[in-house]
Write a protein that binds this ligand. Structure first.
Ligand code: ATP
Length: 279
């Protein structure tokens, strides 16, 4: 059975599919990381009945596309708080040289400084090597499922956790570590892009959660918008944010000596220049 009904809040529509058709410098060591986790924990315990967002990424650097995604998600889904979680070792970008964790975290702290609800998070901060400036060979990649479970330990049962993600990253979600379990831990808020259909979203799901082809066939003509509610997965789709910024383009712009104002917050641009990143 496929059911169409008005969407929650500002979302355009809801599609429900039943089971039958499913077919955290030198001081940045373990102590700082756990202190930060405790801070996040105690803040969470003080409040109640909240919608919380978790926004992971490499943030190398954080840019206007990220901020647009977070702002839109906060407004549309009434998120009380969004934890921006830079990965120390992102599993999917292991071959790409990354800026040290401490720089990526500092830029996030600058970009989120004016937004009370935006928390730069140390949940995936390096535990052993100082500030993440050196790669510790014993350090394990940061899996989102572990970070989500860690953050959830600090939330109340009545709180709702949403994972924020862009459509390009969502397209690979089935390859993520324990992806099926991840959908059971939280709801997803996906920032769509022009050209993606609802079928692209459904077909990106881990195999066990993916609806059968006869179910998704009509989805091909439908844009990726609204809420997709399936057994084991709830996905809220936000429209295109019209913020084409990418960290790759920014790194290239710096290397080419181009101005960054279009892509990043002034404080972040200043930091990149001062620290001579991406040269
Ligand atoms: P890179 O260019 O190095 O791959 P990136 O710009 O995609 O980086 P990430 O830190 O890898 O940035 O992305 C974190 C999250 O933000 C991902 O879920 C990604 O899909 C999303 N995202 C990145 N850029 C945009 C954008 N312009 N609009 C909406 N979402 C975005």
């Amino acid at each position: 059975m496929t059911e169409w009904a008005p969407g929650d809040g500002n979302s355009a529509r809801r599609i429900t599919a039943s089971r039958t058709m499913r077919g955290e410098s030198a001081g940045l060591r373990y102590g700082l990381a756990s202190w930060a986790a405790n801070l996040e924990t105690s803040r969470d315990l003080q409040s109640h009945l909240m919608n919380i967002g978790l926004f992971g990424g490499t943030f190398d650097p954080v840019h206007r596309g990220h901020m647009a995604l977070a702002q839109a998600a906060r407004e549309q889904y009434k998120l009380h708080r969004i934890h921006f979680v830079p990965a120390n070792l992102p599993p999917h970008k292991q071959r790409q040289p990354l800026s040290p964790f401490v720089h990526r975290f500092a830029m996030l702290a600058l970009a989120t400084a004016q937004e009370k609800a935006f928390i730069p998070s140390l949940l995936e901060a390096p535990k052993e090597s100082g500030a993440g400036t050196r790669k510790d060979p014993a350090e394990k990649p940061n899996y989102t499922i572990d970070t989500v479970r860690r953050l959830k330990q600090s939330l109340k049962g009545s709180d709702k956790l949403f994972l924020l993600i862009g459509m390009d990253a969502f397209a690979d979600i089935a390859k993520w570590h324990q992806s099926e379990a991840l959908f059971g831990e939280c709801e997803f808020i996906v920032a769509s892009r022009p050209g993606y259909s609802l079928a692209d979203v459904a077909n990106a799901l881990p195999e066990k959660l993916r609806p059968r082809p006869e179910v998704t066939r009509p989805f091909h003509k439908q844009p990726a918008a609204g809420d997709l509610v399936l057994p084991g997965a709830t996905i809220h789709l936000m429209g295109d944010l019209r913020q084409p910024a990418s960290a790759t383009a920014i790194r290239q712009a710096v290397a080419a000596g181009k101005p960054l104002g279009r892509f990043v917050d002034a404080a972040v641009a200043e930091y990149i220049g001062k620290m001579e990143l991406y040269k």
